[in-house]
Ligand binder design. Structure first.
Ligand SMILES: [Fe+2]
Length: 344
């Protein structure tokens, strides 16, 4: 894509986000941010008449990152401890996050100040292929209506998953790839929704099957993994190599909160491709999270839901062919969406 084409793509995205004249936009970048995305963001904002500037942050000082985690931790970022930068971001109307603030207390603070925020880190091929649409937004929101009313979420699968989750204490979060609402965050591209379990309210078993995905390993499971969950925490991780890697990595954080069950929900985007990570190894896995009819299990933090569990350990595990029911009503059946208003 030429710089002009990229700027046009960003402009179309920012139009969905209703960036307009008189607004102030901050483009937040760090040492790994794409220079092309910085330039495209600035060009798009200018074309829409908004004031725009960039904040470029250096990497975390040596010794402040959690050691040999190979980029697999969340919630501590180059913005950590940068009070002046944070206060500036809180004054923006719209923040383009080209870094990855997700699961950080700073992101919560910026949103509470009323800025809308968009994360953009996926490769351009994925940004374009899964470009957000209003019909997808409506379907995701239809899902959130149902999830909001639910008190029990149950996930089952032919592989042996049977997990019962009490829900309702935490909000439902939608992701449809753009945000035009003050104080709302989204990630371009997205097509899924989720909530968090009530504290201690998850018990049962999750069996990850061959082909399911573990992020941030960015690795498809090659041998089944059985996670035994009791009272909101993973108590046992069994299986072959993949189970060993997951167990070792979770233990390396030396933080029991990393074993907590985190957000859980399902995906709706029929354009998403399950094998995308085979070809797009720089992706952070948005195809799998959005994949039509996937059920996503995860571990770790709940701070962006208003909870107090701040942990650097976080794993997303989108699963194929599972079923999800809300108060006994099927929403996903064997990897297919049941409600008419959530289908394409
Ligand atoms: Fe996650």
């Amino acid at each position: 894509m030429t710089p002009e084409e990229l700027a046009a793509l960003f402009r179309a995205e920012f139009e969905l986000c209703r960036v307009h004249e008189g607004e102030t936009v901050v483009v937040l970048a760090g040492p790994h941010s794409s220079p092309a995305y910085i330039q495209a963001s600035i060009a798009a904002c200018r074309a829409l008449g908004a004031q725009v500037f960039e904040i470029m942050l250096p990497s975390l000082p040596a010794g402040q990152d959690p050691g040999q985690k190979g980029g697999t931790f969340v919630g501590r970022t180059p913005l950590t401890g940068q009070r002046v930068a944070l206060e500036t971001l809180k004054k923006a109307d719209f923040v383009v996050d080209l870094m990855f603030l997700l699961h950080s207390p700073e992101q919560v603070e910026i949103l509470r100040a009323g800025a809308r925020m968009l994360l953009v880190v996926e490769p351009v091929e994925i940004l374009a292929r899964l470009f957000p649409t209003e019909p997808l937004r409506r379907r995701v929101e239809a899902g959130s209506e149902r999830l909001r009313k639910a008190r029990e979420l149950r996930v089952t699968s032919p592989a042996g998953t049977d997990l019962v989750i009490a829900v309702g204490d935490y909000p439902v979060i939608t992701q449809y790839g753009y945000t035009d609402t003050p104080g709302r965050w989204d990630h371009w591209p997205s097509g899924f929704l989720y909530t968090w379990p009530n504290e201690g309210g998850t018990t049962g078993r999750v069996v990850l099957s061959t082909g399911d995905l573990i992020w941030p390993f960015n690795r498809y499971v090659s041998q089944p993994i059985t996670l035994t969950v009791k009272d909101g925490y993973i108590r046992k991780i069994e299986g072959g190599l993949d189970a060993l890697l997951l167990r070792q990595q979770l233990e390396s954080f030396r933080d029991p909160e990393g074993f907590a069950v985190s957000h859980i929900g399902w995906g709706l985007d029929e354009r998403a491709q399950w094998p995308a990570l085979v070809f797009e190894t720089r992706s952070c896995g948005m195809d799998a999270r959005s994949y039509y009819g996937n059920v996503q299990f995860s571990t770790g933090p709940n701070t962006e839901a208003g909870g107090t569990r701040h942990t650097l350990a976080h794993f997303d595990m989108p699963m194929l062919g599972s079923s999800l029911a809300l108060d006994g009503e099927p929403v996903v059946q064997d990897g297919r969406l049941v409600p008419e208003d959530q289908r394409p």
